[in-house]
Ligand binder design. Structure first.
Ligand SMILES: [Zn+2]
Ligand SMILES: [Zn+2]
Length: 444
């Protein structure tokens, strides 16, 4: 067990609210990722929603969580569950989530631990705490409610990635819906989230002020681009995140370019197997299986060499931060007919961002020129601006708390439009407690 050291010190007000429902962002209030939100009522019912970290360089960590018996984990991305092992080891917290989220969590925690030791960043938990966390899971199916004191809790499909959930809460005082990371649009892997009538909506605002290009058009542009590179004798490297994007990309390639030889490498292979074990989380389990058995999975050193002869390599890391994608890039960079097609956001201080800005990347400690064509395609599975606005309206939410967002660029356009539509809007700030419901938020 490790004492909490990274990140900010605890800011949680230990007095209990005297009335109403209070929320407090330990992290994720006015930033993307790093989520941890405490909800509490006057009868001392307390619940933690997610407890992650932000895998930036260096990582960011939420404030220390107060003593809390139960935490709901919306999905298996590290910005939502990266700090859960600390929670379970220190507070004996029970984790609640879908079966697939629980299954993938083990991989995500081991990967998080590995990355922190390679990059020498502090982590407030150690490997033994992963075992404690794994024993702390309480599995819930979608649409099956359970009671947390007198709060009724229910997980609802969030889109985003397989197993991702929104949390619907009915307290005697108020109905609350937490979106988690969500998307109302279908992706190849998952069905989009459906609105639920509520009074308070906590909504992620990652894409505030930005609209996604129409998915079908983006998919056609992407697969045409792949084919163009193949036609000129090149190979395509597609760096992709392991948890969701790798599998989405393979399904898109299988649908449009079934004649190609596509090899897949990295953690996405193990995650795909887990996803297949939970067909209830998938939009079309059979077409996922077909796509997955069509591509070749790299599982040995000799496979990796063979993959260099393939048309397309889909591999982690999605941001060219280590992982097999760097190994491939180091070989593919020598032939300028090859290309790199990004399928996700490249954060600052990552290899992918450096390549996009400077045409260079660090490979095994050496700054290396990458004279290859590259292009980014947007296959995000976060709701875009319009989807967020429409979702809030369809939920008929009286008040909307916009969290998991960049407070300077993404949130203001969202707030403006939500207020125009008649919602009362909260702009949570990490470390500051607020009350839900107009009558309470005014008097506190
Ligand atoms: Zn997130
Ligand atoms: Zn996510």
């Amino acid at each position: 067990m490790v004492f909490y050291s990274p990140g900010r010190t605890t800011s949680y007000p230990e007095d209990h609210p005297k009335k109403g429902i209070r929320y407090h962002c330990l992290g994720g209030g006015d930033e993307v990722g790093n989520v941890g939100i405490v909800l509490e009522d006057a009868k001392k019912t307390r619940l933690l929603l997610d407890y992650g970290l932000a895998p930036t360089t260096p990582p960011r960590y939420p404030s220390e969580a107060p003593q809390v018996r139960d935490a709901v984990i919306t999905h298996s991305h590290v910005d939502h569950l990266g700090m859960a092992p600390w929670l379970c080891a220190n507070h004996r917290t029970r984790l609640h989530g879908t079966g697939l989220t629980a299954e993938i969590s083990e991989l995500m925690w081991h990967d998080c631990h590995k990355v922190s030791s390679i990059e020498k960043y502090p982590l407030a938990w150690d490997k033994r705490d992963i075992d404690t966390a794994l024993e702390s899971w309480n599995i819930h199916n979608f649409n099956e409610s359970w009671m947390h004191n007198d709060w009724k809790l229910e997980l609802k499909r969030a889109g985003h990635i397989p197993g991702a959930a929104m949390l619907n809460i009915e307290t005697p005082e108020r109905k609350i819906l937490l979106s988690g990371d969500f998307d109302t649009r279908d992706s190849p892997l998952t069905k989009g989230a459906k609105p639920i009538k509520t009074e308070t909506l906590f909504v992620e605002g990652t894409y505030g002020g930005r609209e996604h290009p129409p998915l079908q058009e983006e998919e056609i542009k992407f697969t045409n681009h792949v084919q163009r590179v193949i036609d000129r004798g090149g190979k395509v490297l597609i760096p992709a995140f392991a948890n969701g994007r790798t599998q989405d990309v393979v399904m898109r390639l299988h649908k449009h370019l079934p004649h190609l030889d596509v090899h897949v490498d990295g953690m996405g292979k193990r995650i795909a197997k887990m996803q297949m074990n939970h067909p209830e989380t998938l939009r079309d389990p059979q077409s996922f299986k077909d796509a997955w058995s069509w591509c070749r999975r790299v599982s040995s050193k000799s496979d990796r060499k063979k993959a260099l002869e393939a048309d397309v390599i889909v591999s982690t890391s999605g941001m060219l931060q280590g992982g097999p994608s760097i190994w491939y890039l180091n070989r593919l960079r020598k032939d300028t007919s090859n290309a790199i097609l990004f399928t996700g956001y490249q954060a600052s201080n990552t290899g992918g961002r450096k390549l996009q800005n400077e045409g260079k990347i660090n490979i095994f400690g050496n700054e290396t020129d990458i004279p290859l064509e590259w292009k980014s395609y947007s296959f995000s599975t976060h709701a875009g601006h319009k989807e967020i606005i429409d979702f809030a309206a369809a939920c008929e939410a009286e008040e909307v708390v916009v969290y998991h967002t960049d407070p300077n660029n993404a949130r203001p356009p969202l707030v403006e439009e939500l207020e125009k539509n008649g919602h009362i809007v909260h702009n949570p700030v990490n470390g500051i407690s607020e009350y839900l419901g107009e009558e309470f938020s005014r008097s506190n």
